[in-house]
Design a protein around this ligand. Structure first.
Ligand SMILES: *Cc1c(COP(=O)(O)O)cnc(C)c1O
Length: 346
């Protein structure tokens, strides 16, 4: 059986796109709906992995696949001091015997930031504090250029959030996974799909994947990261579109049976961002309280936090107020807590 719904749709891709079965991976993730709010559906990407879930674990299966195919044994990436991406990299790298180094930039302190830092340390990642986000990005590229000049090839340089071709492909795959669930009658065709946007791979992949899978759903991203880093655009409709174009070109070059397709215009909302990355917003706080009160048909509890989820939930509430059909929240935040309680015991 194929691990990937994208490979089910295009079998020739299976030999062309490497994929690693990360220990604990549990994909497809279930869908459920709210018992309290009509039209509200939820895609459980909080449960992508039994050790540490969330959207980063979905991306890493394809990222580790590429590394394995290229014989790379080290992963270098960056994120905020409370980076969920860093936690996913540290935890799953350890399980696969890969060395992991994470460059960190300052992020407002919170309980979840503190816990994530502790987990990254405990799972043996090498952590380096670099100060501002801009400084961290410059350090990342300097190290990468240095390695290239010395022709060192063992390290995979992975952009923050796992934003890479493989990260986008993981979410194209996720859209095909949703289509299979719709075909099996597990959920209706969503009118709208909503996700938070940090490094953009989730939005880029879902937007491409929904179009490629022929679903009529509108995908809405909610920007929670700065649009520009110093003078450089970092999270804008144009940067999302660039990532989509790069992925489209790569996929068509593979010649794995995907027909030529047009790139849809990505939709990303700016007005829920508030005062900064990781800075809680009033609308977000209110939406979190509403979200925590929802009872879900599968009886599971879901988590939320202020950096990503709360701001996307504020959008979700506003969308539900005017929706004429099902609205699917793509729940990108890990909800598996085991690694945190172990951390407390140390
Ligand atoms: C990283 C992250 C996102 C953003 O996903 P991108 O693909 O980087 O845009 C959203 N939600 C959570 C909980 C995350 O950790």
């Amino acid at each position: 059986m194929s691990l990937s719904p994208l490979f089910n749709a295009y079998p020739a891709l299976q030999k062309l796109i490497p994929l690693v079965d990360i220990p604990g991976q549990q994909i497809p993730t279930p869908v459920t709906h709210s018992l309290d709010t009509p039209q509200l559906w939820l895609k459980h990407d909080d449960l992508t992995n039994a050790v540490y879930g969330g959207n980063k674990s979905r991306k890493l299966a394809f990222i580790f696949g590429k590394m394995q195919a290229e014989g790379k044994t080290r992963l270098l990436t960056f994120g905020g001091t409370g980076t969920n991406h860093g936690v996913a990299c540290a935890v799953h790298s350890k399980a696969l015997g890969i060395d992991c180094e994470i460059l960190l930039f300052d992020q407002p302190e919170s309980e979840s930031v503190r816990k994530n830092l502790q987990v990254m340390q405990r799972y043996g990642a090498t952590l380096r504090y670099c100060g501002s986000l801009l400084n961290t990005v410059l350090r990342f590229y300097t190290l990468q250029i240095h390695d290239r000049l010395l022709r060192r090839k063992q390290t995979e340089y992975l952009f923050a959030g796992g934003s890479s071709l493989q990260g986008v492909i993981a979410f194209i795959d996720a859209a095909f996974e949703l289509r299979e669930q719709i075909e099996r009658g597990e959920c209706p065709v969503p009118e709208t799909i909503i996700c938070p946007v940090g490094s953009s791979a989730t939005l880029a992949g879902l937007t491409l994947g929904v179009a490629l899978a022929g679903l009529p759903s509108r995908v809405i991203g909610v920007r929670v990261a700065p649009a520009h880093l110093g003078p450089f655009p970092a999270c804008t409709v144009a940067t999302v579109k660039q990532l989509m174009q790069k992925t489209q070109q790569y996929l068509l070059r593979l010649q794995g049976g995907i027909p030529p397709f047009n790139i849809p215009q990505p939709v990303m909302l700016d007005q829920y961002y508030g005062a900064g990355y990781g800075v809680a917003s009033a609308a977000g706080n209110q939406a979190e309280q509403w979200f925590r009160k929802q009872r879900w048909a599968d009886g599971l509890t879901v988590q939320s936090e202020c950096t990503y989820t709360a701001k996307a939930l504020a959008t979700l509430r506003d969308e539900l107020a005017t929706a004429n059909g099902p609205v699917l929240y793509w729940h990108t935040l890990n909800s598996v807590q085991g690694i945190y309680s172990e951390a407390e015991a140390v």
